[in-house]
Design a protein around this ligand. Structure first.
Ligand SMILES: *[C@@H]1O[C@H](CO)[C@@H](O)[C@H](O)[C@H]1NC(C)=O
Ligand SMILES: *[C@@H]1O[C@H](CO)[C@@H](O)[C@H](O)[C@H]1NC(C)=O
Length: 396
């Protein structure tokens, strides 16, 4: 096959491929979803199957409502999620979760692109998640306790109501009411082992809870050196209070960690001006712009230069026409003797010119056609046709 022929086939194939990608069935784009979150607190976004299911259904009526859906999420223009954000979905019939704890370094806006795949039809639905991280108004909580929940998977502690129940149980042990969840981590991320596929065996979740108030004696004793020692012997730690987590959450008390975070001098975050949206607020673009009166501006722009130009024209005209000094004025200002002098020169020149025009003197000899230098004799250069003989130039 000739080279141009080959090229043509390539181009056609590429065009056909491109065309088939462009007409990918069911690729829908949902409107952007905007959320905001504070630093130092857990951020959880549930990728609801129902939302994407609806988008799939509009394309395929015959598809059952329970189609398996998987998700893929990445930071816009990047291949992966930002470091602070993690993604979990247990199986395609469960919702997916994006979760993580943003720190002060993450303040700003993060745009996450989520792509949902219908595993039956291979349709895709895209959605953009715009996360705005704002600095927590009063910094990181100085007291943080990390509990290991043995009988849960990470996605079971991510929904807001599950976290709320967990916090209620913590509040009785900690005796504080300003608790909030700082971080949720699967034990697998901390080197835990994948559980056997037996019903009831869960991977375990670390839940970090923060507060502004000191730890209760109960927590302090559970994390004391004596308790640690008992744990190392395989015994239960000292318990000075009733375990309010049981039976819903099986807390591994031996793995309790109490952290006292020194209130780090929080760098002053950006100062929010008047243009920043309220939390969870949607931007409402102004529908009508009040008509602005542009006439004065227009007139000023147009008339001022025109007026200046006209003034300059007038000035120039005046200088050129009205203030012109004529010959009469000049003559009046010149002394008479000078004028006479000047007129006489002028007159003499004129006269000489006239005389030169009409002078009638013979032409200089040298300009004549034939001329004998010595005799001054003139000869008609044209030979007379009568004798036909040559006339010598010089006389004998
Ligand atoms: C939250 O937990 C993850 C996983 O253990 C960890 O990488 C991250 O640093 C934690 N974030 C904060 C703010 O503690
Ligand atoms: C809990 O703590 C014990 C020691 O106190 C440790 O051996 C074990 O690995 C910890 N469990 C997990 C899931 O980290």
């Amino acid at each position: 096959m000739e080279a141009p022929e080959l090229l043509r086939v390539w181009v056609l194939a590429a065009a056909a491929l491109g065309g088939s990608w462009a007409t990918l069935p069911d690729h829908r784009v949902l409107p952007d979803h905007r959320v905001s979150s504070e630093t130092g607190a857990i951020f959880v976004h549930e990728l609801e199957r129902e939302l994407f299911q609806e988008a799939f259904l509009t394309g395929h009526e015959d598809d059952g409502a329970a189609a398996p859906i998987t998700f893929q999420a990445h930071l816009r223009d990047h291949p992966n999620l930002p470091r602070w954000l993690r993604y979990v979905q247990r199986d395609p019939h469960q919702p997916g979760y994006l979760y993580g704890c943003p720190t002060a370094a993450e303040v700003g806006t993060h745009t996450i692109e989520v792509l949902a795949y219908n595993r039956h039809t291979y349709g895709t639905v895209a959605q953009r998640l715009v996360i705005t991280i704002i600095p927590a108004p009063d910094g990181e909580p100085p007291y943080q306790g990390e509990f290991l929940v043995g009988n849960r998977d990470v996605e079971e502690l991510l929904p807001a109501d599950a976290r709320e129940i967990f916090l209620q149980a913590t509040a009785t042990v900690w005796e504080r009411d300003d608790l909030h969840v700082v971080n949720v981590t699967s034990a697998l991320d901390r080197g835990g082992r994948v559980p056997l596929p037996i019903k009831g065996h869960k991977e375990g979740v670390y839940v970090k809870v923060g507060s502004r108030g000191a730890f209760s004696p109960c927590l302090a004793s559970a994390a004391s050196p004596q308790s640690r020692f008992r744990c190392s012997l395989g015994q239960q730690p000292l318990a000075s209070c009733y375990d309010t987590f049981a039976p819903r959450f099986a807390i591994r008390w031996c793995n309790l960690t109490l952290l006292q975070v020194s209130p780090s001098p929080t760098a002053p975050g950006p100062v929010w001006g008047s243009g920043v949206l309220e939390e969870d607020g949607d931007f409402q673009p102004p529908t009508e712009v009040p008509p602005r009166d542009l006439l004065p501006g227009y007139l000023v722009t147009l008339l001022v230069p025109l007026a200046v130009a006209a003034l300059l024209c007038l000035l120039l005209g005046h200088l050129m026409c009205c203030r012109r000094e004529g010959v009469q004025k000049r003559n009046l200002q010149t002394s008479d003797i000078q004028l006479v002098h000047h007129t006489s020169i002028h007159g003499d020149t004129e006269e000489l010119r006239r005389m030169a025009g009409s002078r009638d003197v013979p032409r200089p000899l040298s300009t004549l056609p034939m001329f004998n230098v010595r005799t001054g004799q003139r000869i008609n250069p044209m030979p007379t046709p009568r004798d036909g003989a040559r006339v010598p130039l010089l006389p004998q």
